[in-house]
Design a protein around this ligand. Structure first.
Ligand SMILES: [Mn+2]
Length: 464
């Protein structure tokens, strides 16, 4: 069923509006820069979440805030990834309520910010109730004015209340999210209720990608690689890193990406060894390497790619040797990423392979590595980070701790070697989909072999 005219039957406290969910109107499609995922996907995600919850659970999920900057300025709105995953609604102030009954049946309500003439004039149209229903597959759509009354009714009946907490191990924030702020009084007010976190459930669900998500991820990866390849012939010694950023931004946005999926790293010379360099303020010089770690967003999903190129179009012998070492480790890592392998075990095997390459490059001694044969942590002198992270709605996507690889997961593979004393850092990163017996590189639109890079850079018009 293609998500059209599907009926949702109410089981919960308040009567569900039982009626046709209209298909996405052409006009709405035209207001989105990307082709949206079908409402079936979101309906299925809510079904799976509800099935995993105990009877008489309530899920409350808020949109992210629009964060202020200074004066009347704001950051662009960046939607809460879990709300996107369960509804596809990419609009501020939206709320999802899910009331789960005895056997996993659930009554869902989507609440949207009521639009008015002033909002239409200043900010443009917001979703109507019908549009919200068509995008999300939720039959009962209301304005947020109804939220307090709906919430207190639902809280009276709920035994377990599932709230959004962001438990990403590397999260650091001094400010409360909208979910944390709006949920704090509930924890105070309803002392006897079992408050639980959505994080473990949704991070496990989000780790394995559905067919619909793979369509979006493939597009994000395609754009990420293709945009980079398009600008390669235009790069030359003396060019500003920011100028390369500008060229890339044009390529991505032209392909319907709304923004970089993270602050782009375009680092030349010594800054190839700065892992999260984002100021992109220098001019590259003849003989430099330039490290790109960049990604295009598409439909909420993130691409994430690294390539390291010679500013003048030719790798020096040393640069080539380091590049080939990283490429060898990259190929090895992709070859052992198989269903059933523990992430931590995989990381260790990659360090063992990396140690071999660092010895060959004269950076580590054989005895140094032999002393740590089981897990050569000495590689961290030149390779400081891990090789893979999951990719999806978030660039560093959520997952349980020490996950096991499985079919349908999407991970980055990104080894690097950073030799600060030589101003020489190389990182090569692709995004791969795990299949039963191989990994599939989702970035087929950007070169990997050094000769390919050089050849694409040679085809330039005069570089100025
Ligand atoms: Mn990455």
């Amino acid at each position: 069923m293609a998500g059209i005219f599907q009926k949702e039957v109410g089981f919960g406290l308040h009567a569900q509006r039982v009626g046709a969910i209209l298909p996405l109107k052409k006009e709405l499609m035209q207001t989105l820069r990307y082709t949206p995922i079908s409402a079936d996907f979101y309906r299925r995600n809510r079904d799976r979440l509800a099935a995993a919850l105990p009877p008489h659970s309530l899920v409350i999920l808020h949109a992210n805030d629009v964060y202020p900057t200074n004066a009347d300025g704001t950051m662009p709105h960046h939607q809460n990834a879990d709300l996107l995953y369960l509804t596809g609604i990419d609009q501020e102030e939206s709320i999802l309520l899910m009331e789960v009954g005895e056997k996993g049946e659930h009554t869902d309500t989507l609440l949207l910010r009521e639009t008015n003439e002033k909002i239409v004039i200043w900010e443009g149209a917001r979703l109507t109730k019908d549009e919200g229903a068509a995008l999300s597959g939720v039959g009962d759509v209301r304005w947020t004015d109804d939220f307090p009354a709906l919430l207190s009714k639902a809280m009276e009946k709920a035994q377990h209340v599932y709230l959004e907490t962001d438990d990403h191990p590397r999260r650091f924030s001094e400010v409360q999210t909208r979910n944390e702020r709006l949920n704090a009084p509930l924890r105070e007010q309803y002392k006897g209720v079992d408050f639980c976190s959505l994080y473990p459930l949704l991070s496990s669900m989000r780790l394995v990608k559905s067919a619909e998500e793979l369509v979006q991820l493939r597009e994000a990866c395609r754009i990420t690689g293709e945009g980079f390849t398009a600008i390669l012939p235009r790069i030359h010694p003396g060019m500003g890193e920011w100028e390369m950023e500008a060229l890339l931004s044009e390529q991505y946005i032209r392909r319907r990406s709304r923004f970089f999926s993270f602050s782009p790293i375009i680092a030349s010379g010594r800054d190839t060894c700065v892992l999260h360099y984002i100021s992109n303020h220098k001019r590259c010089t003849d003989g430099d390497l330039v490290l790109f770690d960049v990604g295009a967003e598409y439909g909420g999903y993130a691409g994430d790619m690294s390539r390291t190129i010679p500013a003048n179009g030719h790798y020096s012998p040393r640069q080539r040797a380091v590049y080939l070492a990283v490429l060898a480790v990259h190929r090895y890592a992709a070859s052992i990423m198989r269903p059933g392998v523990l992430k931590n075990e995989y990381e260790k095997l990659v360090r063992i392979r990396m140690a071999e390459e660092l010895v060959k490059l004269g950076l580590l001694s054989e005895s140094e590595v032999a002393a740590q044969a089981a897990d050569p942590l000495c590689v961290r002198k030149y390779y400081m980070h891990s090789v893979s992270h999951p990719l999806g709605l978030d660039v560093h996507d959520v997952c349980p701790s020490n996950p096991v690889f499985a079919e349908g997961q999407v991970w980055t593979v990104e080894p690097g070697i950073y030799i600060a004393e030589e101003n020489l850092g190389v990182r090569i990163e692709t995004d791969v989909l795990i299949h039963a017996d191989h990994t599939e590189d989702l970035i087929t639109t950007a070169p990997l072999e050094p000769e390919e890079v050089e050849s694409l850079m040679r085809h330039s018009a005069r570089k100025d």
